[in-house]
Structure formats: structure tokens, C-alpha cells
Design a protein around this ligand. Structure first.
Ligand code: ADP
Length: 324
């Protein structure tokens, strides 16, 4: 549902000389939702985020927050805050002063800004590190400080540019759960840029898939994954095959493909054990590649090897037509 408190992009465009980084994008980000902007490198995600933050001027269009056009306001007056990929902490300031920095710039007195900083540090579970310098912290701890620093201004919208990419895989999964918890607790809008499908699926209430400077599809995470509209989205989200049947492109989930006695003839090209599933890649006679995710117990009942002839089957109802 739309409300005056949403963040709205209206025909937003960004040109760099001849490059169209963002082309006529319109979208409503609902208040209090966790939204992931997802897409391959260079599709315009960061540019969109930077325009919302006010770090990049808009070429055309408008950005509305609470019904007010914020596109010409300086970053600090927009009601948004940005957390950068490299955290951009000041190395010579301790954790508390890093978090309090923007309040100092606004002329807030020291006791008040330190109190506000300490509240934010408590929120991200970093109270005990308040007096340390950034280089005395682990990557995950630095990230918490960067979060606290962005949140201290009480933004309506928090913008996160690839916030987890500097972390190792284990920490990344822990920190994404933290981000989600924090967003739920605060109830503010999070817009999180990522090129990772798993990350977007794990976090997002809404996924906005971008490609070539435009929004290709937007919707609840589960809708985008189970009902990709285009070949690009089906391939990019993963877990789907795109095959041509009677001239029509259809998506077929890899976990809906079965090996039968009869069906579409194919030859196994690769077998990869993935724990719960075995990923079996094959090529059909027309040269299309089809991935089947076979439950491991089913697979090992009649194991296959590269070079084996197989027959692929699925339930007709599981085919999903794609737009051109
Ligand atoms: P993403 O975040 O999806 O990787 P970006 O928004 O960074 O993509 O970039 C979108 C397009 O705009 C790319 O083609 C990129 O090369 C171009 N671009 C981004 N920033 C600039 C800039 N400062 N000057 C010129 N071109 C830029």
C-alpha cells in the first residue's frame, strides 16, 4: 500500500556524458520495508543509491520522501543516511567519536552527542569498544560501527551499498541476520545494494532487479524467484533453466526436473555433489543445457556419470512462460 511516507523515484535518470547509468526509473519503496536492489555489475544500482543519498546529482526526474521532493537537498537534510562498502571510518577518531561525528558537524553539544552515540553502540552491541580506534577492530566490528554512525542521525531511510562484501562468507551470513534484526527493530526503510541473489533472497521483503539502467522486475522476494518475468531474471536469480519449447521460452526450476524412463533425451555433462542435492548438468539434442537438482537419496539410488544418456521429465504445470 502506498502512503505519503514512502520513498518514491519518479522518472529518475542519470547520465554521465553519453552513458545512461539510470534510465527513467520510477519506483515506490514502502516505508518500513527491507528492499534489495539486485543486479549485475554496472547496471546502475550504486548510481541509484547515490542519487537517493544526495551524493550524486539527478539528471532528470525526482526523488520524493514523505511527499517532499528531496532531489536538490544536501545529503544531511534528506532524512536518509548511507553506509558505505568500505565503512569509511575516520582512523584517528575512536569508535564513539566516529559515531558522534555527524552530530558534531550539526553543532550538537558533546554530552548530548556522546549519549546518542552510546545508545547506537548499544543497539549494535558495541558498547565495550567505544574507546577503541577503528584499526583495533575486526571487519565485522567495523561494520557495526559504520551502521551505528549511519543510524545516529535517525534517518527515515538507510542506504547500504554492498554492506557485506568486505566480510568473509561466515561473517557475511551472521551480519546479514544482524541487519535484518536491526531493520525489524527500527522499523525504518532499508535499501541494500547487492549483486548476490542469495543475499537478496535472505534479506529482502522486496527485490528490485535492475539490468541495463532500468528495473527489470520488482516484487516480494518469493514472487521474483518463483515467477521471473524475463529470461534475464530467471537466469540471474539462479535455480532455473531457460528452455525453448515450440518457439516459446519457458523457465523450469532445476528442482522440478526429474530423470525418467521416457522424456526429453539428454546427455549428462557434469555431476556435482552439493549435499542435500546433486546438481546434474546435461545437454539436450538441440544443444540446450538443462540443470537438474536431484535429491541426493534419489540420485544415489541410480547414479549417473558424464556421458550417460538420460531422459528429462517434469510436470507440465511447472513450466513458466517468459516474456521475450
Ligand atoms: P552498479 O552499482 O550496478 O555496479 P553503477 O551505478 O556503479 O553500477 O554504474 C552504472 C553505469 O554508470 C556503469 O556503466 C558505470 O560505468 C557508469 N558510471 C558510474 N559512475 C560513473 C561516473 N562517475 N562517471 C562515468 N560513468 C559512471
Amino acid at each position: 500500500m502506498r502512503s505519503g511516507q514512502d520513498l518514491e523515484l519518479v522518472h529518475l535518470t542519470k547520465r554521465y556524458g553519453d552513458t545512461l547509468a539510470v534510465r527513467d526509473v520510477s519506483h515506490v519503496f514502502h516505508k518500513g520495508s527491507y528492499v534489495c536492489l539486485l543486479g549485475p555489475s554496472g547496471c546502475g544500482k550504486s548510481t541509484t543509491l547515490r542519487m537517493i543519498a544526495g551524493h550524486e546529482a539527478v539528471s532528470d526526474g525526482a526523488i520524493l520522501l514523505d511527499g517532499q521532493d528531496i532531489s536538490a537537498l544536501p545529503p544531511a537534510q534528506r532524512g536518509t543516511a548511507m553506509m558505505f562498502q568500505n565503512y569509511a571510518l575516520f582512523p584517528h577518531l575512536n569508535v564513539r567519536d566516529n559515531v558522534a561525528f555527524s552530530l558534531r558537524m550539526k553543532g550538537v553539544d558533546k554530552p548530548t552527542r556522546h549519549k546518542a552515540a552510546d545508545e547506537m553502540l548499544a543497539l549494535v552491541d558495541m558498547t565495550q569498544f567505544a574507546d577503541r580506534l577503528p584499526d583495533q577492530l575486526s571487519g565485522g566490528q567495523q561494520q557495526r560501527v559504520a551502521l551505528a554512525r549511519a543510524l545516529v542521525t535517525k534517518p527515515k531511510v538507510l542506504l547500504l551499498d554492498e554492506p557485506l562484501s568486505a566480510l568473509d562468507p561466515f561473517l557475511r551470513i551472521r551480519m546479514r541476520a544482524e541487519l535484518k534484526r536491526l531493520q525489524r527493530e527500527l522499523g525504518i526503510t532499508f535499501i541494500h545494494v547487492t549483486h548476490g541473489q542469495d543475499e537478496a533472497l535472505a534479506l529482502a521483503d522486496e527485490i528490485v532487479v535492475m539490468n541495463n539502467a532500468v528495473i527489470e522486475q520488482a516484487g516480494p522476494a518469493r514472487d521474483v524467484w518463483t515467477a521471473p518475468r524475463t529470461e534475464f531474471v530467471a537466469r540471474f536469480m539462479g535455480g532455473h533453466n531457460v528452455i525453448s519449447l515450440d518457439g516459446q521460452k519457458v523457465a523450469l526450476r532445476a528442482d522440478d526436473v526429474r530423470l525418467g524412463q521416457t522424456g526429453l533425451p539428454a546427455t549428462v555433462t557434469a555431476v556435482e555433489y552439493q549435499g542435500a542435492h546433486v546438481a546434474l548438468t546435461s545437454t539436450t539434442q538441440s544443444g540446450e543445457e538443462v540443470l537438474a537438482l536431484v535429491p541426493e537419496t534419489t540420485f544415489f539410488a541410480t547414479p549417473k556419470n558424464p556421458g550417460d544418456a538420460i531422459a528429462l521429465t517434469w510436470d507440465e504445470g511447472r513450466l513458466h512462460r517468459l516474456l521475450a
